[in-house]
Design a protein. Structure first.
Length: 213
């Protein structure tokens, strides 16, 4: 996987364009290009999974939201690193399960280099769930990244597949939320954010992505 690394954590794009930019990256992947884009947000936004509806998800106050091209639950952004990993499926010739594992390897390596030891949800031995929930971080799925010792969810992941390419979108909280979750996602509660040394994460991720090629 020869990823082009795109760091937009300093010179931020327009928040409202982030999902559009991820879709454009997916289109380039259909032509054979690998990309790893990491970015942050100017202010809080919600992204909802493509199978969710705004009326069911959004809380009591008007807020900014976008619909992701991937599935999964709703996520509050603004206090996280967001990533879009894209590439052609043919070059990997592996199952969706294996794509998740392969593509998230450099992310987990970068987190380890930032003194955060992690594993995938499927390695925990069980999946934590709050039942039927619209909040991404209220449950741990098989392909989510969790802290190895506490089993607290570190990173939410969702994937979209086309016939020839993949897009994996990830959210990694790096500080406490900037807003009340319950105001932005209906019925959501504040969840635990594990403190970690995140300042050098973009540069560390660049190195880990380069090593994986």
């Amino acid at each position: 996987m020869n990823f082009e690394f795109i760091d937009e954590t300093v010179f931020l794009p327009e928040d409202c364009k982030n999902m559009e930019r991820d879709v454009q990256s997916l289109h380039r992947a259909e032509s054979g290009q690998f990309e790893c884009r990491i970015y942050k947000w100017h202010e809080p936004w919600v992204t909802i999974g493509r199978f969710q509806t705004p009326d069911d998800v959004l809380g009591s106050h008007p807020k900014r939201y976008l619909v992701r091209p991937t599935g999964g639950g709703a996520i509050v952004h603004g206090h996280d690193y967001t990533l879009a990993m894209t590439g052609p499926r043919e070059s990997l010739a592996i199952s969706p399960h294996q794509i998740y594992r392969k593509v998230t390897e450099p992310i987990r390596e970068a987190l380890a280099d930032c003194d955060l030891q992690t594993c995938l949800g499927e390695e925990v031995g069980f999946v934590k769930s709050a039942g039927q929930t619209i909040d991404c971080f209220a449950r741990v799925g098989n392909f989510d990244i969790v802290e190895a010792s506490s089993e607290v969810k570190i990173c939410g992941c969702a994937m979209k597949l086309t016939k020839v390419a993949f897009l994996i979108q990830l959210s990694i909280p790096c500080c406490q939320p900037l807003v009340d979750y319950g105001d932005w996602i209906s019925g959501a509660r504040a969840h635990q954010v594990v403190p970690w040394d995140h300042e050098e994460f973009p540069a560390t991720l660049r190195k880990c992505v380069s090593r994986s090629q």
